[in-house]
Design a protein around this ligand. Structure first.
Ligand code: ZN
Length: 413
């Protein structure tokens, strides 16, 4: 493997050039999916890829695939992908760095006339953010078979415009059936969107997976009564039950330290009056951990605690799971390629698990996949002030290039 080096300034210039498409006064980007601004950046992206000799294919949900041939046509491409859409008050790097970092990889190889063994494919996934059309990661989700095309088409924005109308109005309804544009592996470069790399002065996060997440809803019913004339021994205080569960949720997370987190973030108390003993409480529980088996244990502890606490106080309890997003473990060979690519570049790194969802989480269901994280200032993201330096962006793109070339060695003739 040769020592190939990306061009940091060219990467930065492209980041700043596309940041003007939907650029906000506060230095962020507002480029919602399938808007005219999204069309502009898509057109720009297509033009840049075609200038490198790539063939660009668009599928029926607008995912864009730029194909660069390799020495071999009998193996599936190695993909690099992320997203060019943003939040309404988004930053300049979330998603965009993954696509433009991939473009810089393609440009570097093109300039040097370096031909990989496998073909390469650069992907722009549609509607990763989910802020105009819920849910998030819609394009990659349809690609991976998590949602079907009809579901995507039926999504409506707040003005009542359907996904189907929006994609047709900007001319990005392609012909390829979702999932039919095949690749053999995918690497996604992304900003961390958290504070760990910056705090530990690491340049690269070797991402081993995405943590699992489960949501629960609990209701306690007791008895409303006068706070002055009801003795303590004759009360059925629903809020007291909730308070004990809040404490227990915190304890459960601590029992599975350091990776577990547990939160009660929403509580509704009825009647919510200072001189009435609360008769009814509704609250939510959010558990997250990189390992589903640990989440199973945490769940059992919660489901044991709720009726036990209800019994102590004389309450009726209903507890149910309302969402389960399984943990994702990225592919060992892809992770090894990132690790080797990071060592080769000499950057300090640490292994980490993503706390947020990404296109890579769905793609991991259908192809070997992993991610590369770089720091962002103060861990801030989904914010116009989101900031990452030229050095950090170029470190990420360099590791991306190294990882792809390392992974490509397996296809050597
Ligand atoms: Zn993103």
């Amino acid at each position: 493997m040769q020592n190939l080096t990306i061009n940091p300034q060219r990467l930065w210039d492209s980041l700043m050039e596309t940041a003007r498409i939907g650029g906000t006064a506060k230095g962020g980007i507002c480029r919602l999916t399938l808007t005219d601004l999204d069309k502009d950046v898509r057109d720009w992206f297509r033009g840049q890829c075609e200038a490198l000799g790539c063939t660009v294919t668009v599928d029926q949900v607008g995912n864009m695939f730029a194909f660069k041939p390799g020495k071999r046509s009998d193996v599936e491409p190695i993909a690099i992908g992320s997203h060019l859409d943003t939040q309404p008050t988004g930053g300049k790097f979330d998603g965009i760095l993954g696509v433009l970092g991939g473009l810089e990889v393609m440009r570097t190889l093109h300039d040097l006339g370096y031909e990989t063994n496998a073909p390469l494919m650069l992907v722009n996934w549609t509607n990763e953010e989910g802020s105009r059309f819920a849910p998030a990661m819609l394009g990659s989700g349809v690609y991976a078979g998590v949602f079907d095309r009809a579901f995507a088409d039926s999504r409506e924005d707040r003005q009542g415009v359907r996904f189907a109308e929006a994609i047709e109005s900007i001319g990005y309804r392609g012909e390829a059936a979702p999932g039919s544009v095949k690749f053999g592996a995918m690497f996604e470069l992304h900003i961390e969107q958290g504070p760990i790399l910056e705090a530990e002065r690491k340049v690269v996060g070797v991402v081993t997976g995405v943590q699992g997440m489960r949501w629960y809803e609990v209701e306690f019913t007791g008895r409303e009564a006068h706070t002055g004339s009801t003795p303590m021994s004759l009360r059925a205080n629903a809020l007291l039950g909730a308070a004990r569960v809040v404490e227990r949720v915190n304890q459960i997370a601590l029992e599975h330290a350091p990776s577990a987190v547990g939160t009660v973030g929403l509580v509704e108390v009825k009647p919510n009056s200072r001189n009435v003993i609360p008769g009814h409480v509704f609250f939510t529980v959010d558990f997250r951990h990189p390992d589903d088996a640990v989440l199973d244990v945490m769940e059992r502890k919660l489901m044991d605690a709720v009726p036990a606490i209800a019994k102590e106080i004389g309450l009726e309890a209903v507890a149910k799971k309302v969402w389960d997003s399984p943990a994702v473990r990225f592919d060992a060979d892809c992770i090894a390629a990132v690790r080797t690519g990071t060592e080769k570049a000499g950057f300090p790194s640490r292994d980490m698990v993503s706390g947020a969802g990404h296109d890579a989480a769905y793609i991991a269901r259908v192809a070997p996949t992993t991610m590369i994280f770089v720091p962002c200032e103060g861990g801030l993201s989904h914010n116009e002030a989101e900031s990452t330096t030229l050095d950090e962006c170029s470190a990420g793109a360099q590791v991306l290039l190294n990882a792809v070339l390392h992974y490509d060695q397996r296809f050597g003739l």
